[in-house]
Design a protein around this ligand. Structure first.
Ligand code: MN
Length: 203
């Protein structure tokens, strides 16, 4: 069974001007699709063909870099689309309390997400994650993921250049400002926190 390229959870104009429809058409329709297609080609006819995406990621980690990167990028991008919304959504009372506990305030969480994203060297991902009841900001490089990490990922932001180059050229901080100030889906983060285990790919 091949994995599907998930649909965007909003119209392709929903995130503009932070992220334009043109960026989404490339990022979802070309980049994300290519990861899904390459993964599907790699698993066709193997035992992975009937596995969950999370188990493909975990099995390929450390043993099959090509499959791992495409499977992890399939997962990361789906999670990223859900991490954003046309208008910022509100955290649950539990998430708001944990943000205050870990960062002092929502404003400080946002400042730290921007700083970590801007400071991340080359391609990768910045995450708000939970482990043992505590929130933290984590970074993964290139295609690496928190899907099978022991962290419960709550939100992610893609900091590969393809995420922002059409709209913001090389100005990664401008992209981060635009996404972090108004497009984060804290309702999705709250669902992830309440579940208490990592989100699973909706194939
Ligand atoms: Mn990407």
């Amino acid at each position: 069974m091949a994995f599907n390229l998930i649909e965007l959870p909003y119209p392709d104009t929903a995130l503009a001007p932070a992220i334009s429809a043109e960026t989404l058409s490339f990022h979802h329709g070309k980049h994300h699709k290519a990861y899904v297609d390459k993964m599907n080609a790699a698993i066709e006819g193997t035992a992975h063909d009937s596995a969950s995406l999370e188990s493909v990621v975990a099995a390929a980690r450390g043993s099959n870099a090509g499959l791992f990167n495409n499977a992890a990028q399939t997962w990361n991008h789906a999670f990223y689309w859900h991490s954003m919304a046309a208008n910022e959504t509100a955290p649950s009372a539990d998430l708001a309390a944990k943000i205050d506990e870990a960062f002092g305030s929502m404003d400080e969480l946002k400042a730290q997400l921007k700083a970590r994203g801007a400071g991340h060297f080359a391609s990768g991902w910045v995450w708000l994650a939970e482990k043992g009841g505590k929130l933290s900001i984590e970074e993964t490089h290139d295609g690496d993921t928190l899907a099978d990490s022991g962290f419960n990922p709550l939100l992610t932001i893609d900091v590969w250049e393809h995420a922002y180059y059409i709209d913001h050229r090389n100005a990664r901080p401008a992209y981060l400002d635009a996404v972090v100030d108004g497009k984060l889906n804290f309702a999705f983060a709250s669902e992830n926190l309440a579940r208490g285990s990592a989100w699973t790919y909706p194939n």
